[in-house]
Design a protein around this ligand. Sequence first.
Ligand code: MN
Length: 212
Amino acid sequence: MPSGMIGLEGTFQGGKYVLPSLPYASDALEPFYDKRTVELHHGKHHAAYVAGLNKTLDQLDAARKAGDYASIRALSRNLAFNASGHILHSIFWRSMKPGGVAVMPDGLAMAMRESFGSVEAAKAQFAAAAKDVEASGWGLLAHEPAADRLVILQVERHEDLTIWGVTPLLACDVWEHAYYLKYANNRSEWVDNFLKIADWEFAAERLQAACR
Ligand code: MN
């Protein structure tokens, strides 16, 4: 399995992108993440990115066959938007674990100390970044391969403000659809609660694969 694939199992099958199953019951993240939001977020919002991605690929296929690239700018944008949305949501579902993870794996903790000074500083920067994303986007912990270090990104929409080549390790969705039903405009409380159920074991597994 290619190193970036951990957590992306079941996201592409039979020549099409597909909605991966949730790795837990839809009410398993209560009380931090409510059942109704999880169901809508997964079954409607994430599903829409999958559908949009497959549709865009069909349209690109048709454009190549017709030799008609009049819509290439819109199609290229839709490709980046929907594919990034699909990948980040797939990582997002795996970024949370019912009950959370009490002890962060050593490898991840060590990488955090090297990159940010301490685990607490890494968590504080992650929370601050996620809470302060302008409009819709993500707080993202990622591995940057050139320096072999961790970075924290504020992703706008799904595809803006990335560093090429990074491997996302832990993703916190801060689009309003991710939290508004339960938290209304209190994004800050959502981010704090996300960190209580963050799956640091999953992030550590992704990091280990990225460094292989
Ligand atoms: Mn979302």
